[in-house]
Design a protein around this ligand. Structure first.
Ligand code: URA
Length: 434
């Protein structure tokens, strides 16, 4: 088979056979196809898309490019969750200990930040000592003892996706529905779970900018799951504005702890509970949403979810004292306060621009290998819909030097709009598709 013929085929909007897709993925995995040809194929897919069968074949080929986790030694139904990526999206740190405290075993392999979106692994690494690099056997031991493991994806899990993702990131080919669907589903299925709850983010700070595209993506991922005998529920949630008030690694962990302590309500908690409820329903721990929400709220109120998070930190080598003493997190000495230039209502807090502003503080990576500044980031003081007075504080920026604070501040100012009248609120949860 000549790979150039396959690129031309896709460029001409033709359908690729299963054998051709396998040839492509094997060539990526064995590094026998050069990056420029892989990139050309990715661009052809990005422009001309893949049909349902091609997407399913690509997913299976990527699963088979590496090892598959065998979770059969863990009792019960194993459920994973995955977000398609957002800003201040710290739901995993809330949902995972919550459902684990209710008896659901959670062994979750997560990723690092991507572009303007944050990553669970970077957030966990902001906890002093926390080890995300566990072997599979270590993870299995820990999940049997604590019911909860949060770790980095291992090298041998869906390696073709890992390679293609890095190329997509730098070739303008991230925003393709079949590529996103197969990328996420291949990793989730290779991680060995029986069911998956997807949080499909939709809006300015997400890869899917509108509801129609988010629904198409949700349905594509559900179909892939069905074809591979996995239960999938997709929740489509609003990512016009950051989900929480804190953006940046240690800042987001602190906000998640505040939710687990029962000190904080709002969108971050609401979306976390919605995801948790679907996980409990899928695993038959709860019979319906109301029962599930009651159980989840109870384990926040009685602190069992917080204790589970503390147990997780301890079991993975982190310092659990951070839970009661936030000054143990990396701190920043430079602060910049952003104030409102007029009185009115916050009508927009653009998640993409705020994510980019957080990036400028040092909270994200400039290149694959650059170091993250865990203490850097932004603390929003106002949300969309809030009334503000002239000179009132809208946000505080934390960075290691004043230049970074200034650069982030300029972008942040352009992200937050104040108008005379409030706008009608958009829903937080658009849809739940099973
Ligand atoms: N997250 C992934 O893992 N892959 C994508 O393609 C997009 C978001």
């Amino acid at each position: 088979m000549d790979f150039i013929d396959l690129i031309i085929k896709k460029r001409n909007k033709e359908t690729l056979t299963k054998e051709e897709i396998n040839f492509f993925v094997q060539g990526v995995t064995n590094k026998t196809i050069p990056d420029y040809q892989i990139s050309a194929m990715l661009m052809a897919i990005c422009i001309n898309s893949l049909n349902e069968q091609e997407t399913s074949d690509l997913t299976v080929a990527m699963i088979n490019s590496g090892k598959t986790l065998d979770l059969s030694s863990i009792d019960g139904f194993k459920i994973d969750k995955h977000s398609t990526g957002g800003v201040s999206d710290t739901t995993t740190l809330i949902v995972a200990p919550l459902v684990a405290s209710l008896g659901l075993p959670v062994i979750k392999l997560s990723g690092r930040g991507l572009g303007h979106t944050g990553g669970t692994i970077d957030k966990l690494e902001s906890i002093p000592g926390f080890n995300v690099n566990l072997s599979i056997s270590e993870a299995l031991e820990k999940v049997k003892e604590h019911n909860l493991v949060l770790m980095s994806q291992t090298e041998d899990l869906a390696p073709a996706d890992k390679y293609m993702y890095a190329l997509r990131d730098v070739t303008g080919t991230v925003e393709s529905m079949p590529l996103i669907a197969s990328s996420i589903m291949s990793k989730k299925i290779a991680s060995g779970s029986d069911g998956i709850v997807l949080d499909i983010k939709c809006g300015k700070g997400a890869f899917m900018k509108n509801l129609n595209d988010a629904k198409i993506l949700a349905n594509e991922m559900i179909k892939i799951g069905q074809n591979l005998n996995k239960k999938v529920t997709a929740i489509i949630t609003n990512m016009e504005t950051p989900l929480g008030m804190n953006i940046g690694n240690s800042l987001e962990v602190i906000e998640a702890i505040e939710v687990l302590k029962g000190n904080l309500n709002g969108p971050l908690k609401e979306v976390s509970l919605a995801i948790g409820a679907q996980m409990l329903i899928m695993s038959n721990i709860a019979k319906d949403t109301n029962t599930a929400l009651e159980m989840l709220n109870e384990n926040i109120n009685n602190k069992k979810a917080l204790y589970k998070f503390e147990e997780l930190i301890r079991s993975q080598g982190g310092n659990p004292a951070v839970i009661h003493n936030y000054s143990l997190f990396p701190q920043k000495i430079h602060k910049k306060t952003i104030t409102s230039e007029k009185s009115g209502y916050v009508t927009e807090a653009n998640a993409f621009l705020i994510g980019e502003a957080a990036f400028k503080t040092g909270a994200g990576r400039l290149t694959k290998d650059s170091k993250i500044d865990y203490g850097a980031g932004i603390m929003l003081k106002k949300q969309v819909g809030d009334k503000v007075e002239k000179n009132e504080i809208l946000a505080i920026i934390f960075a290691e030097d004043s230049i970074k604070c200034e650069n982030a501040g300029k972008l942040l100012k352009s992200a937050i709009k104040i108008e005379n009248n409030p706008l009608p609120k958009k829903p937080l949860i658009y849809d739940i598709i099973k």
